[in-house]
Design a protein. Structure first.
Length: 357
């Protein structure tokens, strides 16, 4: 089974590199300056666990898909879309690192600073990060178009699904910003908004549409696709809640991000809502002392994390992850036509729920 996964990942990486070469050729007339964006974009597109690609490819095989060319291009498109989302997200959150390396907008800011160009290096870096993200987004559509062209029978359905996913992620990102901009006094009433962000911004492209796109490319029935939408949303909610747990108490050497960074960013997570509503006034005061404060000391952040943990929020989060995961896996345990693909899909789905990074 590992051989199959390795083969899929190798093919996906090759499709990503092929797509990025096409992008580099297209922007060649810009001259050497094009490498200012392409170099960090290529770096950002490497690494990661490729869980989305694996879910898509496993779903395709499990539902009887045979033309892996289409599925591989879709997987590459999905991973490039992920790259675009991360580059934009890092600018919006002013994150310093991504996957243990400097964030792309920080790399571009350093380029400005090192060369002594005029203007503000941070402003330049943010603008460059956005444009690198835009290039990644266009690259994802380039790979997606290649998949549609290779699958004339399902091309329209695939295109519509990919665009619907992109629409959801975009509005989910804005909803995330909107939630974080609300006063602390509004936190108790934000649960529905927070779950909405989780569903649109993360669940859609982390699990729901990878499963759906793979099945559509294999010619799955509309009834099965509807089941996968439901299972994918639940799996994606488990994915995001696991991400929030890791963001709060994960090991930085494993996650690639500082522990408690979500607190400094003021990110409205289900964990934060839970701790805020279950904690007392002293708990809320401690959390508020670091929440949304980029300059918060490590001590203040550690105190806020401890206060949240003391409310039992982590235990309740683990129970919720288990609930979402069970709901998803129950649907995914049947309805497949290829046992080998189904086995890989179930293996990847379980790893989404139990991952440590």
């Amino acid at each position: 089974m590992n051989d199959l996964r390795r083969a899929w990942l190798t093919a996906t990486d090759a499709a990503i590199e092929e797509t990025l070469r096409s992008v580099a050729n297209a922007i060649g007339p810009a001259g050497p300056v094009a490498s200012d964006l392409m170099d960090p974009l290529r770096s950002a597109s490497h690494g990661g666990k490729r869980l989305r690609a694996l879910l898509l490819l496993a779903s395709h095989r499990a539902h009887g898909g045979h033309d892996e060319t289409v599925a591989v291009y879709l997987a590459a498109a999905l991973e490039l879309f992920q790259t675009a989302a991360l580059l934009h997200d890092d600018v919006l959150d002013d994150s310093d690192t991504r996957r243990g390396k400097p964030a792309t907008h920080k790399v571009i800011a350093a380029l400005h600073d090192t060369n002594g160009w005029t203007g503000d290096s941070e402003t330049y870096g943010r603008a460059g990060g956005i444009l690198a993200g835009d290039l990644a987004l266009m690259a994802s559509h380039r790979a997606s178009s290649a998949a549609h062209s290779a699958s004339p029978g399902h091309g329209s359905a695939l295109a519509n699904a990919f665009v619907a996913m992109a629409d959801l992620v975009t509005v989910g990102q804005y909803a995330d910003m909107h939630a974080a901009a609300q006063p602390f006094s509004a936190l108790e009433s934000q649960r529905e908004a927070i779950v909405g962000v989780m569903r649109c911004k993360t669940a859609s492209y982390s699990a729901e549409y990878p499963l759906v796109l793979g099945a559509l490319a294999a010619g799955a029935s509309s009834a099965r696709v509807a089941e996968l939408h439901e299972a994918g949303v639940n799996l994606g909610l488990a994915f995001q809640l696991r991400d929030d747990v890791l963001g709060l108490v994960g090991e930085p050497a494993v996650t690639g991000k500082p522990a408690g960074d979500d607190i400094r960013e003021g990110k409205r997570t289900l964990l934060l809502w839970d701790a805020w509503t279950h904690g007392d006034d002293a708990t809320r005061e401690t959390i508020a002392g670091a929440l949304g404060d980029r300059a918060a000391s490590d001590t203040d952040v550690r105190n806020a994390v401890s206060a949240m943990v003391d409310t039992g929020a982590l235990e309740r989060a683990e129970a919720a992850i288990a609930g979402y995961g069970t709901a998803a896996l129950t649907v995914l345990e049947s309805g497949f036509s290829d046992p080998e693909g189904a086995e890989v899909l179930m293996e990847v789905a379980r790893s989404v729920v139990k991952r440590e990074a």
